[in-house]
Design a binder for this molecule. Structure first.
Ligand SMILES: Cc1cc2nc3c(=O)[nH]c(=O)nc-3n(C[C@H](O)[C@H](O)[C@H](O)COP(=O)(O)O)c2cc1C
Length: 330
């Protein structure tokens, strides 16, 4: 009889916990939706930070074009005009910003690359003439040896030497991938629950299918030797307020994996997984990823060629991102 009552109590407690968790999760996701709609840049382009982010995206498209492996001159004409319009509007409204100055430098580098291009570019020429003090952006050209030279250097140099690479020329041995994933396991995770999982795609047909869904690898994806799909096991999530945990823990793992790949001499390009629910579901089915694993990130990788270009992707200054909330005395 006592055993029976204990069982009833246990099942009542479990049922109550499930109900509470579902209620928390619904509240949390409603809060996220509200916060997103109130603040996501795409819905508030009148804000300076959102307008600047749009310019960064605009120059990034051209920077990628300038450093792409199979570059064809004449690329990105629409992107150039779009970027000029964005910069004009930004400068009228908000004035100068270092990221906008870099955008102008990218436009000048684009023009210099098209020095002998037969078609006139009057809008671009007029724009650049109005910004005579901005030099062309410098997109680094590196040898493979130089790119990986900081492998054993102190962390500041090692971290500064990592870049995404969109040039792939050779296969990565299985053991190297395993060594990198093993090193990435040093990533911390909430209560050491180790949410991250890694799926390796080395079938070219699956790679091409995935990249067609993903949309961010035009001009270089077909050269990638392997694709690493990093997922997070939702089974490790314990309560509703942890709704972001699969992405925070997965993201920390991804960064560690990027450093690990760089350490082992593997070129990698991080790829977003900002896709529709239908695409996400199709990827799970096509790649055979269990439904309880959320796809966090995709990485294209390979061994780079002897020489290649990387995009400069300059960073904001520390004053732009650091806010002290105490006495600020350290
Ligand atoms: C979450 C995320 C998504 C990204 N998605 C893409 C992508 O779809 N295609 C691409 O070519 N690069 C992508 N990148 C690479 C970024 O463009 C790159 O990391 C950034 O410009 C900084 O350059 P760096 O990594 O060389 O320092 C992505 C990076 C991150 C972190």
């Amino acid at each position: 009889m006592i055993e029976f009552l204990k069982r009833i109590k246990r099942s009542w407690v479990a049922g109550w916990q499930r109900w509470r968790m579902k209620r928390e999760a619904r509240r949390a996701f409603r809060f996220d939706a509200r916060q997103f709609l109130d603040h996501a840049g795409a819905l508030h382009l009148d804000r300076k930070a959102a307008a600047c982010a749009e310019i960064v995206m605009g120059y990034h498209v051209l920077e990628k074009g300038l450093t792409m492996p199979h570059r064809r001159l004449g690329f990105g004409k629409g992107a150039v005009v779009h970027l000029i319009n964005l910069i004009d509007a930004f400068e009228r409204r908000f004035g100068v910003d270092p990221q906008v100055v870099h955008a102008i430098g990218v436009l000048r580098a684009y023009r210099e690359l098209h020095r002998d291009w037969p078609e006139p570019m009057p809008r671009l020429d007029a724009f650049l003439a109005a910004h005579p003090d901005v030099p062309p952006a410098n997109e680094p050209h590196l040898t493979r040896t130089d790119f990986f030279a900081a492998k054993d250097a102190p962390f500041p140099q090692f971290a500064a030497s990592r870049h995404v690479v969109r040039h792939f020329a050779g296969p990565v041995p299985k053991e190297t991938i395993e060594a990198a994933v093993s090193l990435a396991l040093t990533a911390p995770s909430a209560c050491n629950r180790q949410h991250a999982r890694v799926h390796i795609i080395d079938d070219p047909a699956l790679r091409d299918w995935l990249f067609a869904q993903q949309g961010g690898t035009r001009g270089f994806g077909a050269d990638a030797d392997k694709v690493l799909v990093v997922t997070s096991d939702l089974s490790a999530v314990r309560w509703g307020w942890e709704r972001h945990d699969c992405y925070t823990n997965g993201g920390i793992f991804v960064m560690n994996l990027c450093y690990a790949l760089h350490y082992y001499g593997v070129a990698h390009c991080i790829l977003h997984w900002s896709v529709s629910p239908e695409t996400d579901r199709a990827a799970h089915e096509t790649l055979g990823i269990p439904a309880n694993e959320a796809i966090v990130q995709v990485l294209a990788c390979g061994i780079p060629p002897e020489e290649f270009d990387v995009a400069a992707s300059p960073r904001r200054s520390i004053d732009e991102i650091l806010t002290w909330h105490g006495r600020g005395e350290g």
